[in-house]
Design a protein around this ligand. Structure first.
Ligand code: ATP
Length: 614
């Protein structure tokens, strides 16, 4: 902050001088004194007198007023228009990009000074035509910078997390993306102000800018040029004013950019946030799966990129109050299944078949596989919510934690600021963040990994969703913190008995800890499903058995790794997808894909030889 003081003070003096020009005891800028033309500095005229005997200091200050008004006016107008075009084009892409950023770029094909000359020639010289010309000139620069920054930010997890809350795209643009593109915007602003001042001076110098006798720095330089030999100082003052002002504003914007970007502040949270290590304990009571109609019933859900199936005919259900664990090796399709349920699949992927019936609080079941973006937005946050794996990426780095939780609430509820603050603090306390009033004012980088994950969970449950999808929420954490976060999920289950949860993980120990039932996925398919205790005691698919055998246990002499790797979607085996890695595989398994079998009412397996597995 100290680095802002010098350029800030100089800029304040410059702006104060030009703003206060009408009330300062300055000479009349038009009052001529021919006998004293070209007089040097004196007590009455500190910077001397010009070719008509007018006071140079007064003309310099009034001239600065004109130059700064034009430069800031055009920079601001160009910033507003260019930023809007860049945000829209960068976020929505496609036709919107063509109509906004690409259309604005046409202006870049024309030489800047010629374009400004053209506008001024058409509209006539003067302050307003100059502002218009400079605005047209600089709009594409802003649009391109903001477009590039938006492109970078739109794919990041915290933007996806905002979408997962059901936030309207325009709100995401303004509250989530705009603060992240501010630093490059400020740099651009400083460049534009400097460039606008130079072009204004240039056009005034050519007689196409500010109309005499109104003073401007460009006009003063033009007039002084003709008298360089008689009064060289007359050229020095406006040139110094121009160069000094440009340098000051460049320096100020540069330092503002560093000061406003919270990511550039040294992280300071780790020391005051050392959670005590506690071992995870099982939830005291597991709410029994109710007999109610399923909250979610997925039947035959397929997801594909072009014609390549990544997820094939997935079937699973979640009842109110139940936690369903979705397990499998990396690449088995767990994340895509979760994303499909929230309408957050990447643009290139689509649901190609099946149904995902979700029963909302009110009204008839909705098929999530058929919903459009707007319908999803209404459901996200209040009905279905998502906790992401990497909270550091899923939280907006430039917004305070409290503001992010408040944002999530605001999407669906209008609260006054006191009630909002109280609700934010209550939520942060609920997820176990100590001293929530103070932590609400912290930025994500000021919290430890565990605290960030808690904050992310607070955002996800801010609107009391009925279905919470947690995508490997403990994978990025160290084991002690993992245990604490698992305890938090267990506590959430106790506190909100009707909430169903899909817990995506590849860690079977976590499944045993948190889930009521488990769905095992392999190579995009569900291969086994059933109550956790039953599946772990007696797996009915060789893949599940192999996964269980590969879990490290205290007394185990050696770990049993599963040979081979999950096949790539391009090279799926024709019969059973697990056959190439399976000890039980027969010729039949390599020729035909097994159908679903039901070893009992509560179990499902996709194996010809399930009876022989254990
Ligand atoms: N955007 C995408 N375009 C093309 N293929 C994709 C895309 N996203 C995922 N896939 C592929 O889809 C398959 C399933 O991916 P998914 O991320 O759902 O697996 P996962 O089980 O969640 O794995 P992990 O535990 O590593 O997250 C993988 O083969 C993956 O390469």
């Amino acid at each position: 902050m100290r680095r802002l003081i010098l350029p800030g003070a100089i800029a304040t003096v410059i702006v104060a001088l030009v703003l206060l020009a009408p009330v300062l005891p300055l000479d009349d800028v038009r009052g001529m004194d021919i006998p004293h033309r070209f007089a040097g500095p004196s007590a009455a005229h500190w910077l001397g007198q010009d070719e008509f005997g007018r006071d140079v200091l007064a003309r310099l200050i009034w001239g600065g007023r004109a130059s700064l008004f034009i430069a800031f006016g055009s920079a601001l107008a160009a910033a507003v228009i260019g930023t809007t075009l860049g945000l829209l084009g960068g976020y929505f892409r496609g036709v919107v990009e063509l109509l906004t950023v690409r259309a604005a770029e046409i202006i870049l094909c024309l030489p800047p000074l010629l374009l400004a000359l053209l506008v001024v020639t058409i509209l006539g010289a003067g302050t307003w035509p100059l502002i218009l010309a400079l605005t047209i000139l600089y709009t594409p620069n802003y649009a391109r910078v903001v477009y590039a920054a938006t492109q970078q930010v739109r794919g990041l997890d915290f933007v996806t997390a905002q979408r997962a809350m059901g936030t309207h795209p325009l709100v995401i643009l303004i509250r989530t993306i705009l603060p992240n593109v501010l630093p490059p915007l400020l740099v651009q602003a400083s460049l534009v102000v400097a460039s606008a001042m130079v072009i204004e001076s240039g056009l005034s110098f050519l007689g196409l800018g500010v109309v005499p006798p109104t003073p401007s720095w460009g006009l003063m330089i033009r007039a002084a040029r003709g008298a360089m030999e008689v009064a060289p100082l007359l050229l020095v003052w406006p040139s110094l004013a121009l160069a000094g002002t440009i340098l000051t504003f460049n320096l100020l914007c540069d330092r503002l950019q560093s000061a406003l970007d919270p990511r550039s502040v040294t992280a300071g949270g780790a020391l005051w946030l050392r959670p005590r290590a506690r071992s995870a304990s099982k939830p005291a009571t597991r709410p029994a799966a109710s007999d109610d109609a399923p909250l979610l019933e997925i039947e035959g859900l397929s997801i594909a990129v072009n014609d390549l199936e990544l997820v094939r005919r997935v079937t699973l259900s979640v009842r109110p109050g139940e936690t369903m664990a979705l397990v499998g090796e990396s690449g088995s399709g767990k994340t895509l299944t979760g994303l499909a349920l929230t309408g957050l699949l990447p643009d290139t992927l689509r649901v190609t078949g099946g149904t995902a019936l979700y029963t909302p609080r009110e009204g008839a079941p909705i098929d999530l596989a058929q919903l459009d973006e707007e319908a999803f937005r209404a459901l996200r946050g209040t009905e279905i919510s998502m906790v992401f794996q990497d909270a550091a990426a899923a939280l907006n780095p430039v917004l305070r934690i409290g503001d992010q939780v408040a944002e999530a609430i605001r999407v669906h509820h209008a609260l006054d600021s006191a009630a909002m603050q109280a609700r934010v603090v209550e939520l942060l306390r609920h997820v176990g963040i100590p001293d929530p009033e103070r932590r609400a004012r912290a930025y994500p980088h000021e919290l430890s990994g565990g605290q960030r994950q808690r904050a992310m969970i607070a955002v996800a449950i801010a609107n009391n969703p009925r279905l919470l999808i947690a995508d490997e929420p403990t994978t990025a954490l160290d084991p002690t913190i993992q245990a604490q976060i698992l305890q938090l999920f267990a506590q959430l289950k106790r506190d909100t008995p009707g909430m169903g949860m899909i817990f995506v993980t590849h860690d079977l120990a976590v499944v045993a800890e948190i889930a009521d039932r488990v769905t095992v996925m392999y190579a995009g398919e569900v291969v086994e499903e059933g109550p956790v205790a039953e599946v772990f005691a007696r797996p009915r698919h060789p893949y599940t058995a192999a996964l269980i055998a590969s879990v490290p246990e205290g007394g185990a002499e050696r770990l049993v790794a599963i040979p081979g790797a999950v096949p790539s979607p391009h090279k799926m085996p024709s019969g059973c997808r697990f056959a190439p890695r399976c000890d039980h595989a027969t010729q039949l398994c390599t020729q035909r894909a097994p159908r679903r079998s039901h070893p009992s009412d509560t179990r499902l397996t996709r194996c010809f030889r399930w009876e022989e597995v254990t």
